[in-house]
Ligand binder design. Structure first.
Ligand SMILES: Nc1ncnc2c1ncn2[C@@H]1O[C@H](COP(=O)(O)OP(=O)(O)OP(=O)(O)O)[C@@H](O)[C@H]1O
Length: 215
């Protein structure tokens, strides 16, 4: 993995429903950095992650990838980014393995059926790979979404909204190791969680949006 990377939030501000969620937000992430975005319900965590991905636009400021505004570096940024939203993005009417194939294709990194099934098996979902996603539990649906982490490791920047939600203890431990390995290999990570998860990463830090709103 190429070592040089830079994601910058420059004086970012976000308004939602006529309310200012945060403003003047500045931070930089480089290879090996993990940023946990914390804060109360409604403080703007998911909104910030969507801004960082370019899925919505800030009311002020900009997001830069390798020094360029992500709006003018779409292709390069898209190739480096893996985003998992809070709602998992899994479709009920697809089989579990089909969801992995479709999500990977939409992200511009197609995988085969056998690769999708192997990733699901690695997450303990071998027997469920051929079931309709509708038939899976919430934790199993989350694991279907997380399968992409095992398939798209060339994506250097992972932005994950509530990746630990609904997971059992063993799967939380396994996901923690996957994230730590990504960071050790020179990736970067932005994530949210309401759970007390401790990443063993030398360059892990927290941005508390509840504190930002108070400023
Ligand atoms: N499209 C929208 N229109 C109006 N208000 C919105 C919109 N999207 C988000 N909001 C509001 O912005 C605020 C922040 O929402 P957001 O989902 O970013 O919070 P969060 O910190 O991720 O919350 P949670 O911990 O509950 O997941 C909420 O009050 C929400 O109602």
């Amino acid at each position: 993995m190429e070592k040089r990377m830079s994601l910058q939030a420059c004086q970012l501000a976000c308004m939602r429903g006529g309310r200012s969620l945060f403003h003047g937000l500045d931070f930089t992430l480089e290879a090996g950095d993990a940023l946990r975005v914390s804060g109360a319900n409604g403080s703007g965590k998911s909104s910030l992650l969507r801004l960082l991905c370019g899925l919505s636009f800030p009311s002020a400021g900009e997001v830069r990838w390798q020094g360029r505004d992500i709006r003018s570096a779409r292709e390069e940024y898209g190739a480096a980014l893996l985003y998992l939203g809070h709602a998992n993005g899994v479709k009920d009417d697809l089989l579990a393995w089909e969801n992995v194939v479709v999500a990977s294709t939409l992200a511009g990194r197609p995988v085969s059926r056998s690769q999708a099934c192997a990733a699901l098996s690695a997450l303990g979902l071998g027997p469920q790979a051929h079931l309709p996603t509708l038939a899976l539990s919430q934790g199993q649906r989350k694991r279907v979404a997380l399968a992409r982490l095992h398939l798209q490791q060339e994506a250097r920047l992972w932005i994950l909204d509530e990746p630990f939600a609904a997971l059992d203890t063993a799967t939380i431990a396994a996901l923690t190791l996957t994230l730590e390995r990504h960071l050790a290999q020179g990736g970067a990570l932005v994530y949210t969680t309401h759970q007390p998860v401790a990443l063993r990463a030398p360059r892990a830090r927290t941005l508390d949006l509840s504190m930002e709103a108070a400023c």
